[in-house]
Write a protein that binds this ligand. Structure first.
Ligand code: PLP
Length: 337
């Protein structure tokens, strides 16, 4: 879209799409293609060398997915995005795009169960250690950071306990140690919260929940704020010639796109060589969901407030503390036998 500032409702409908110049189709088409043609051998070579941007092969990119990625990047205030086959894949490939054997991640412990298991049982098998700390315990976060730490990880609202992370305090610590802050914002789509505005470097959403809304697909997206300086030599994957993509040093060799090193590496190394691609039909379904996201989230929030008010006025309500809100069990109510 142009430089004009649009409201989030308009962005949810139109961001990321330029109507097809041949057909002038208004809605986003589904591009069911495996491969793309090149205008010449030189054109193909320039695309592969990332000297020119364009479609190479559908494991790496697809015009339908491209609209979804641009739309979600714009909604979240990011520089660029990549869609993947699930939220779980988005998390795994994000971590693998920063850390390698011997590196460590500091993560809040109140995670979605699948993510917790990935961090606790799978990453250690690959030589990546995860140090868990209670959410918002910043003394514990500081104590867990060491010379091998390469990122901080947190969910905006933890699944299932629903505790809210203090993103600005996490961002302050991340900045102090020059570590990227990765935020899983699945529970707070961009119409509710935009973590990049609170200091996140990388935002992940499972599209399978609120962003899709219809419950008919599995997908994930990673959004890059484009602000982290990957040329710090501690981030070896960005500073050494990458055997995963023609010996490129991602923090140095992308010219005007060096600031997009993270998301370009995720696409050209993670997606290209390991293949967790989101199908264009699923991308199209998620676009249908995004169109109504602002309306649905307003309704969800209204419903949640009504439930909270009902519970707060209930005789068994016993208040909220750092471990969440509680109801008195019936047997402990005065007068119970
Ligand atoms: C907070 C959170 N992150 C990530 C995921 C994983 O997403 P997906 O089911 O799309 O793999 C979930 C799934 O429930 C989740 O709740």
């Amino acid at each position: 879209m142009s430089d004009k500032k649009y409201r989030i409702e308009t962005l949810a409908l139109h961001a990321g799409q330029v109507p097809d110049p041949t057909t002038l189709a208004r809605a986003v088409p589904v591009y069911r293609t495996t491969a793309y043609s090149f205008k010449s051998a030189r054109h193909g070579a320039d695309l592969f060398a990332l000297r020119e941007s364009g479609n190479i092969y559908a494991r790496l990119m697809n015009p339908t997915n491209d609209v979804l990625e641009k739309r979600l990047a714009e909604l979240d205030g990011g520089a660029a995005a990549l869609s993947l086959s699930s939220g779980t894949a988005a998390i795994y490939f994000t971590v693998a795009n920063i850390l390698r054997q011997g590196d460590e991640l500091v993560s809040a412990s109140n995670l979605y169960g699948g993510t917790y298991t990935q961090f606790d049982a799978i990453l250690p098998q690959q030589g990546i250690r995860v140090n868990f700390t209670p959410v918002n315990d910043f003394a514990a976060v500081e104590a867990a950071i060491n010379g091998r730490t390469r990122a901080l990880y947190v969910e905006t609202v933890g699944n299932p306990v629903l505790d809210v992370a203090d993103l600005e305090s996490y961002a302050k610590i991340a900045k102090k140690h020059h570590l990227p802050l990765i935020v899983d914002a699945t529970f707070t789509p961009p119409t509710l919260l935009r973590p990049i505005e609170h200091g996140a470097d990388i935002v992940i959403h499972s599209l399978s929940k609120w962003i899709g809304g219809h419950g008919t697909g599995i997908g994930g997206v990673v959004i890059d704020a484009g602000k982290f300086d990957w040329s710090d030599p501690r981030f070896a994957l960005y500073n050494e010639p990458d055997r995963g993509y023609h010996g490129l040093r991602f923090a140095h060799d992308l010219g005007a796109n060096n600031h997009l090193a993270f998301i370009l590496r995720l696409r050209t190394v993670g997606l290209r060589n390991q293949g967790p691609t989101l199908a264009p039909d699923a991308a199209w379904q998620f676009l249908q969901g995004v169109e109504t996201l602002p309306l649905r989230m307003a309704k969800h929030s209204e419903n949640a407030l009504a439930v909270a008010e009902f519970l707060r006025s209930h005789p068994r309500w016993s208040g909220c503390g750092i471990r969440g809100c509680r109801m008195t069990p019936p047997e402990r109510l005065p007068g119970s036998t």
